[in-house]
Design a protein. Structure first.
Length: 913
């Protein structure tokens, strides 16, 4: 829990410069009767709650520095007990200290209490010469022991902590130059390892006697400026588990007692203070360590410090001058080695011309302009050793670790050298992987070199004798990659990249359609980033490639990468989803999905990719006047939009969306407002588009029109007959049988009813037993009530003749070879008969039955079907129809009716064609 030591905190706190806060954290009895517990006991300064929480989160609540105090310690034991001090820069220019000591038992008598005194230091200007390690053994650190002293402990006031006087320049030099213990070899390795850690490398673990830990930290701290020392993080005592946690936080130097030398494997540099390391060389092999799997690269820092440590007096003068030089440029954001390099050159130390010049030029700060004197020194050194070839410039660039002004200067020089050496930039063994992504060179500083190079490369591309397009395109892409990695982003860079694209357009890209040439070319451009391709090559492809087949699949894969690594969601939502990508991405996806060479894409992934392609087409239509380079239908073969997406696409697209796109929704989707709009679009599509449709689109139009009939509340007879003879006929003849099993009932029911109408009118395409007819019958089985309603409507409009219904009903009572042709004509005993029986029963009940009432009339009603029977079947029919007819009439109460000639006789039947 936390004691109430905070005031109200505003939601957003603007941190003022120069603040200095402290808090103490321990387990104590606050007198509330709760028994106490871990909490912030006291706080001074204007720390916010979030800052205090961040500070307390790093407190070590288990103090186990060896040797432990005896069970009954004397005052001398208590006074001399060890402490742990850790320091880290938690924000830019803001440091924090964690000082912890053994506090004995807590208020409840439990042993192992820890007292932590934490300092938040944002007061650099108040103590500009202070190095954090100088607070080791400060008299201002609170060190209470026992529950009563812990409870009584209070922060004395909001003043700055005073240095302890233990770690000083003199004590550090005595430690390093101790004649009895040679430490300078190990010290070189330690400096170089810390330099690596402070420039983004691995944390350093120093195995050392706890009594020497602060001295080693001081030794590192004094050979950097005070301001840089405030960025140098360290801990005087960590056991392995805590060392791992600190390494994950990026703490630069972690001191661990030598008794814990068997450390777990981790991504850190381990140095044993007792070992005699194998020293490396600047620019050559690194230092080799017994307990570290990683070598330590040699930096000028260790060599300059070695030169300064010829004796204590010289070293002291170097450190003093180093600090003066740092103050001259504000002592902020400096490399650990740069002030030392300038000091060493000023004092003309030993034989370190090369090392000091390298450090002075490689590590100079970006804000060096505040001192004309120091700027002139660096400029003169750089001019004396300016790289003259791209290889020299690249070597200079790759050795720079400090992110200061030297980075932009060296990056600028590499670009200039590369553009002047056309053979180098197109060489097969160029190490582009060594070129960092710094983005720190101003384009206007490259203007002359870029213009000269562009004029030369444009002349080459435009020459009548030009034939090596691959070489020219490779050169342009590599120049673009160099600029993309090193130049500052902005409109100026964008303009240069567009001009590079113009050169590629002149050079021609026909070779990208030739597979053997493509493979040879791609092998030379593996280090060209997707970002450079998008800026320099894609605009050319977007203007020249208009079909998926326009490029070899190898080229598509080179440009966009393997589909497995394509982030569908990210690509669709990225700001860089610009017009070149919008135009080319659908082509790539189509080529990928249609390629017989690519067979390992799961179905769900194919759908995702196709959706991305459709999204890109849609985005292109929304952002430009260009026509899509690939039809949506080709993508839709691999992906089904939901009906709302399809509705939006139809509404917003500036180009025609063919009906085939809507296949899934027309045949399978349940009713919705969006579907109604899609159906309306599909039904009217042939009227809007004079271009003949493909077969699938024609089938979808037929399905949409039949489905739309389900909404008819009233209709003319000729509407139904037209629909039957065109759309229903097409569906019955062309629809795959497996489709019927999933048809939505709003399509299935009118289709079934109109199919029966076609049977009643003896349409050849509706006769006979087919797989499609069987599948349609199976799908309609649970929908017979809806089907009967539709058939009633067709009978009422005389689309289906009631006489034919009666005849088919009677025929259903006869032998199997005389079975009726109508769907579901066989009697369903559980339902009391066939649908035809239900229709006739309903009409008899309502007294509006107008069908056959005699055996002869029933015979005449069946004539169209009977005339096509085989001779044996026809003979059987004429033998059986009288008895069957009488039975049929008797069951319906029609046998006693007037047997006058029916209007349905053979001589009076109306033409039903």
């Amino acid at each position: 829990m936390t004691a109430d030591v905070f005031g109200d905190e505003e939601p957003i706190v603007v941190r003022a410069a120069g603040r200095y806060g402290q808090l103490i954290y321990t387990s104590f009895d606050d007198g509330s009767g709760s028994g106490g517990g871990w909490q912030v006991k006291d706080q001074i300064g204007d720390l916010t709650r979030s800052e205090a929480e961040e500070l307390t989160a790093r407190i070590v609540s288990k103090f186990d520095i060896d040797p432990p105090l005896p069970q009954y310690p004397t005052p001398v034991d208590i006074e001399g007990r060890p402490a742990r001090l850790a320091y880290d820069a938690i924000y830019p220019a803001v440091g924090a200290y964690w000082h912890t000591v053994d506090a004995g038992t807590d208020g409840s008598g439990r042993p192992g209490n820890v007292f932590a005194h934490v300092v938040f230091d944002d007061a650099f200007s108040a103590q500009p010469a202070l190095r954090p390690i100088e607070l080791w053994d400060s008299p201002d650190w609170l060190r209470p022991y026992g529950p009563q002293n812990v409870r009584a402990a209070r922060l004395p006031g909001n003043h700055l902590l005073r240095p302890g006087g233990v770690i000083t320049v003199n004590s550090t030099l005595r430690f390093l130059l101790d004649p009895d213990v040679y430490r300078l070899g190990l010290y070189q390795v330690l400096l170089d390892a810390v330099y690596d850690a402070m420039t983004g490398g691995r944390s350093v673990v120093l195995l050392t006697d706890p009594a020497d830990a602060a001295q080693w930290i001081g030794a590192v701290s004094y050979f950097m400026s005070p301001g840089t020392a405030r960025r140098f993080s360290w801990s005087t005592y960590d056991k392995p588990d805590l060392a791992l946690a600190d390494a994950k936080r990026g703490v630069h130097l972690i001191c661990v007692p030598r008794e814990y030398a068997e450390l777990p494997a981790a991504d850190w540099i381990v140095i044993d203070a007792e070992e005699d390391p194998q020293l490396g060389a600047l620019g050559g092999a690194g230092h080799a360590l017994a307990k570290s799997v990683f070598p330590v690269a040699v930096s000028p820092w260790s060599l300059l410090a070695q030169a300064a440590l010829v004796d204590a007096r010289t070293a002291s003068r170097v450190i003093e001058l180093q600090d003066d030089i740092a103050r001259e440029v504000g002592d902020r954001e400096l490399s650990p080695v740069w002030p030392l390099a300038i000091a060493a050159r000023t004092l003309e130390l030993g034989d370190i011309e090369l090392e000091s010049a390298q450090a002075a030029t490689d590590d100079h700060p970006a804000h060096l302009g505040s001192s004309e004197r120091l700027l002139e020194i660096v400029d003169d050194l750089y001019a004396a050793d300016t790289p003259q070839t791209p290889d020299d410039a690249l070597r200079r660039l790759t050795r720079i670790r400090y992110s200061g002004g030297s980075q932009s200067r060296s990056a600028e020089r590499l670009v200039i050298c590369a553009l002047r050496d056309s053979a180098w930039i197109a060489a097969p063994d160029i190490r582009f992987d060594l070129v960092p992504h710094w983005h720190n060179v101003e384009i206007d500083r490259l203007q002359g070199a870029v213009e000269s190079w562009m004029q030369e490369i444009r002349r080459t591309a435009s020459a009548p004798t030009h034939s090596d397009s691959e070489h020219l395109v490779l050169t342009v892409l590599r120049a673009g990659e160099l600029l993309m990695r090193l130049a500052r982003r902005g409109p100026e860079l964008d303009e240069v990249l567009l001009r590079l694209a113009d050169i590629i357009e002149i050079a021609k890209i026909d070779f990208l359609r030739d597979r053997p040439r493509v493979h040879a070319f791609i092998s030379t451009v593996q280090n060209i980033s997707k970002e450079t391709l998008a800026a320099v090559l894609l605009p050319v492809l977007a203007s020249e490639i208009r079909a998926p087949e326009g490029l070899d699949l190898t080229v598509w894969l080179w440009i966009f990468g393997d589909q497995i690594n394509l982030d569908v969601q990210g690509a669709a939502e990225a700001p860089a989803f610009g017009v070149p990508n919008q135009g080319l991405l659908p082509l790539y996806i189509t080529a990928l999905l249609e390629s017989p060479e690519v067979t390992d894409i799961p179905r769900a992934r194919r759908s995702d990719l196709a959706h991305l392609g459709v999204t890109a087409v849609h985005a292109l239509q929304a952002s430009s006047n260009e026509e899509p380079v690939v039809e949506v239908e080709r993508l839709m073969r691999h992906y089904t939009m939901n009906v709302e997406q399809l509705d939006r696409l139809i509404a917003q697209s500036r180009v025609r969306i063919t009906p085939s796109t809507a296949f899934q929704h027309v045949f399978y989707s349940p009713p919705s407002a969006a579907l109604n709009r899609v159906l309306d679009y599909v039904c009217h599509y042939p009227l809007r588009e004079p271009v003949p449709m493909d077969e699938l689109s024609a089938l979808v139009v037929a399905g949409a029109r039949v489905r739309t009939a389900s909404t008819w509340t009233d209709f003319e007879k000729h509407w139904a007959l037209t629909l039957m003879d065109s759309e229903v006929k097409r569906l019955v003849e062309e629809l795959e049988p497996e489709v019927y099993g999933h048809l939505d009932e709003n399509l299935c029911v009118p289709l079934g009813a109109l199919f029966v109408a076609a049977q009643s009118r003896s349409r050849p395409w509706a006769s006979g037993e087919t797989v499609a007819k069987q599948q349609l019958a199976l799908r309609l089985q649970p929908l017979q009530p809806q089907l009967v309603q539709w058939l009633e409507r067709l009978i009422a409009r005389e689309v289906i003749d009631i006489a034919w219904v009666a005849g088919e009903s009677m025929r259903s009572r006869m032998g199997s070879d005389l079975a009726p042709t109508a769907l579901f004509a066989r009697p369903d005993e559980s339902a009391g008969g066939s649908w035809m029986d239900s229709v006739i029963a309903g009409r008899l009940e309502n007294s509006d039955y107008r069908g056959p009432t005699s055996v002869e009339a029933l015979r005449d009603a069946l004539w169209i079907s009977v005339k096509d029977l085989t001779a044996p079947a026809a003979e059987r029919f004429f033998l059986e129809y009288r008895s069957a007819g009488k039975e049929w009439l008797r069951e319906r109460g029609l046998l006693t009716r007037d047997t006058q000639r029916s209007r349905f006789s053979l001589t009076h039947r109306e033409d039903n064609t």
